[in-house]
Design a protein around this ligand. Sequence first.
Ligand code: SAH
Length: 352
Amino acid sequence: MTLQQDLAARIATSGPITVADYMSTALLHPTFGYYSTRDPFGTDGDFTTAPEISQMFGELIGLCLAQSWLDQGSPAPFTLAELGPGRGTLMADILRATAQVPGFHNGARIVLVEASPVLKARQAETLAHFSLSWIDTVADLPDLPLWLVANEFFDALPVRQFQRDGTGWRERSVGLKNETLTFGLSPVGPQPALDHRLEDTKDGDLVELNAPAQAITADIGARVAKGGAALIIDYGDWRSLGDTLQALRGHAPVDPLDAPGTADLTTHVDFEALGTAAAPAAFTRLTPQGVFLERLGITNRAQTLAGEMTGATLNAHIAAHRRLTHPDEMGNLFKVLGLYPPDAPPPPGLEP
Ligand code: SAH
């Protein structure tokens, strides 16, 4: 049995499913889901993320969170949370960089939100020296001031896709044609959640709606407004247009409907929807990752680390710095949105 067969049987019985349903099944099906069954990162895997490229990424995120915590009077205890921590590399770098910040480790209750059992085990290994807890959803976060980071988490959440038809919308679905999964469209109907997109779209345009991302950000925003900060890092734009669903296998793009469960599926993040959902928390300007890391001093840090390096190690380090920050690499594609209490300073590196 494969997930393709499982989905085909389900669609044959009950009809086409939404793109969101397809995404969440392909990524998180308990037996065949992409994240449920593997560690997808690194050169042997399907994709590489910023914390896996260089320790500098997590170190600077750590210092940003710690400075924001100091700016708000070092409340303790507080929650230090990460959404979708992957291999645990980012949290390990955050904790190493903040070890010297007085009171930060003592006050921190480290909480990881992770759905994949394989990756939970990997995080437990990476962070073996720390006391941690795992929860399934942000609703279960402790009732404490909250400093939180999410890198490439929101892009993995299931989106629904809608194609404009007059003043209504047709939902894109996944159905079957000759035993093969294919995209289709549902009959036209109203979609109140997309009223604001009637202003900037025309007939035939496709827009995406990430309801889980908005619900999660609303929960985080309600907490952060009372004390804390959140850094949301992902690729996307203030408001995206068109089909951004993409699949990656072995670092190459593949058809998102091909062999579900064996490729990573993501969409671009619509940051406007997150910023709006975060009220009463304030949100910063959407800032390119390269600009954010430069403001936090990545070049100084890179030079310090380079001092002890030679040969291939030094070349790899220089390439990693470029990859994280250069506008032609991740520097512009990836963006950072900060959430913070309206009466507190924004997290360093992010202007309002
Ligand atoms: N932040 C990491 C990993 C990004 S990959 C890094 O930068 O390297 C996405 C992560 O989110 C994985 O850990 C995946 O298992 C987790 N994830 C995806 N969907 C999730 C969901 N609905 N709930 C909790 N975790 C989820």
